[in-house]
Design a protein around this ligand. Structure first.
Ligand code: ADP
Ligand code: MG
Ligand code: ZN
Length: 473
């Protein structure tokens, strides 16, 4: 039998806000020690009321716009009730009935081609705390309690683990570039829903859900394992598949059953009476739209119009730091294609020699722009530019000062060059004689002697013009 894999994702992303979603405690990047960022509201003291953080709505809507969603003008919160020690209120505030974004679409590219992934919805919710187990004791850390999350739910549109990883990378790049989230390890977590069906079939098979996956590599492995388990079950009847929640054990390289899939009724959802519905009016929506940074696709299009190649764009888009560096250099008036080539060829080459990769690049946009500018203005030649770049990358020197200190600045002073030429002519009588006898090439020997005297930094155009003048005149 030939099977097709069907995957849907629920991705949780911690938002980059200064404070939590319903209180003024510091957001996800604030805490240093356990329980540093906790107040009566987010630690579940009775009688405390939530106050909505406006920024969360704006970031969630921005994420929705980036994923081509419809933004709900009327959006509400619900309580999802369950007991767990990391959830001090015994309910999570989330959105069930009126999520902030619906009906989006993302294009995902893999070696197999491009596929449209439909976004069912994006909703806002609060994160839970963290349990820390040590010996016979368990500790609870409420720093993460009430940190704002968005959950992005796709339709079951993925057909391979490659598509899933490409989608996650795309979200990560978009959200980082857009200031939605830094998406560092742990700040982006996925529930992966998997089923299989016979190729050509329209019906869905039994699905299982692998909970709380944080590493893309583990997600890839877990999908492959789980798909194989489903295929064995269907084809060889090794076991009966049931709809359930499973966990991935990375060391074992296997998934294990955790619990039967809970249904909506298990959570006794109801509208949160403590939070007013949020109405996003035209003016606010226009403001959010105006502040939306370019999404990854638009960005790629922009680079392409600058003449940057597809291959280069692919590398730039997988690392938001590189994209930010490129944008910073371009913002200083440098040609995009030129800037991309300095980053992807010159910088990458220097790093490679030192056993490093592009991620390790520390050069700033100011430094790189200064180097490229000196080269394109003819102040230094390309070779010297490369030497400066090495010094900047390896020793963090100031590029302009470094050029001056090392005499890299191109010498175009005609008086100086004329005197250097006179000296070279005097020192190379044979070459002069050969040239006069008709050997054009002999001129190069004198040219070379001049360049050497000028330590490689003479302006070649000026040398050539003056030299020809003197030899022929
Ligand atoms: P629930 O309410 O049970 O969580 P949802 O309809 O919200 O179910 O779907 C949760 C996720 O599971 C979505 O990402 C969806 O795309 C995915 N999903 C639904 N059915 C299947 C299936 N048969 N195979 C794979 N994924 C599925
Ligand atoms: Mg769900
Ligand atoms: Zn708090």
């Amino acid at each position: 039998m030939k099977f097709e894999l069907v995957i849907g994702l629920e991705t949780h992303v911690e938002l980059n806000t200064n404070s939590k979603i319903f209180c003024s405690c510091g957001g996800h990047s604030s805490p240093k020690e356990p329980n540093d960022c906790v107040c009566p509201a987010c630690s579940g003291m009775p009688g405390m009321l939530p106050v909505m953080n406006k920024r969360v709505v704006e970031l969630a809507a921005t994420a929705g716009l980036m994923l081509n969603c419809e933004i709900s003008r009327y959006t509400t919160f619900d309580k999802k009730n369950y007991y767990y020690p990391d959830l001090p209120c015994a309910y999570q505030i989330t959105q069930l009935n009126h999520p902030i974004c619906t009906n989006g679409l993302v294009k995902v590219k893999t070696a197999a081609g491009e596929r449209d992934i439909r976004i069912k919805q994006i909703h806002m919710e609060e994160d839970a705390g963290k349990l820390v187990h040590s010996g016979n004791s368990s500790f609870v850390d409420f720093n993460r309690t009430s940190v704002p999350l968005i959950e992005i739910v796709t339709q079951p549109d993925f057909r391979s683990p490659e598509e899933v990883v490409a989608y996650l990378n795309k979200l990560k790049n978009m959200f980082r570039a857009g200031g939605i989230s830094e998406c560092e390890e742990g700040a982006m977590r996925c529930d992966v829903n998997i089923s299989i069906r016979e190729e050509g079939s329209e019906e869905f098979g039994v699905r299982t859900e692998i909970k709380n996956m944080a590493s893309f590599e583990a997600i890839d492995r877990a999908i492959r394992y789980e798909a194989q388990r489903h295929m064995n079950a269907v084809e060889f009847e090794t076991e009966e598949l049931v709809q359930e929640t499973r966990r991935w054990d990375d060391a074992a390289g296997k998934t294990f059953a955790m619990r039967n899939k809970e249904t909506e009724a298990d959570y006794r959802y109801f509208p949160d009476p403590n939070l007013m519905p949020i109405v996003i009016d035209d003016e606010w929506l226009e403001q959010i739209k105006a502040n939306k940074p370019a999404a990854v696709d638009e960005k790629a299009e922009e680079y392409s119009l600058m003449g940057i190649s597809e291959k280069e764009i692919a590398v730039i888009m997988t690392d938001h730091k590189i994209a930010a560096l490129l944008d910073g250099v371009i913002a200083q008036g440098i040609d995009g294609k030129d800037a991309a080539s300095w980053i992807l060829t010159d910088c990458a080459g220097i790093l490679r020699k030192n056993g490093q990769v592009l991620k390790d690049l520390t050069v700033t946009a100011d430094q790189l722009a200064a180097i490229i500018k000196m080269v394109s203005d003819g102040k230094i030649n390309r070779g010297a530019g490369k030497k400066v770049l090495i010094a900047v990358i390896e020793d963090g020197v100031d590029p302009v000062a470094f050029c001056e200190e090392n005499g890299f600045t191109v010498q175009a002073d005609e008086g100086l060059i004329a005197s250097v030429i006179d000296k070279a002519i005097a020192a190379n009588p044979q070459a002069v004689e050969d040239f006069r006898a008709g050997k054009e090439k002999a001129l190069m020997a004198i040219f070379g002697a001049c360049m050497k005297e000028l330590r490689g930094n003479g302006d070649p155009q000026v040398i050539k013009a003056l030299l020809e003048q003197k030899m022929k005149g």
